[in-house]
Design a protein. Structure first.
Length: 70
């Protein structure tokens, strides 16, 4: 198996150019990237961060996740 390194919340937030607090809130409320629980810690896989980012790529502000226009 190919296991990749798990990123800390601070490292993941840096990659996404957001605050660690935003990631923390998303982990509590939902809507953020998938994470792995290691004991009481949240860790992030780079592949999950990239997939989450790709799923939010739009051509313009009215794009929907399926690629259509609202």
């Amino acid at each position: 198996m190919n296991y990749e390194a798990l990123l800390t919340r601070r490292e993941a937030a840096s990659f996404l150019a957001i605050s660690p607090r935003t990631l923390e809130l998303w982990a509590i409320r939902g809507g953020g990237p998938a994470f792995v629980k290691v004991g009481h810690l949240c860790r992030y896989r780079m592949a999950d961060l990239q997939a989450w980012t790709e799923a939010r790529t739009r051509q313009h502000t009215r794009d929907t996740p399926s690629g259509g226009v609202e």
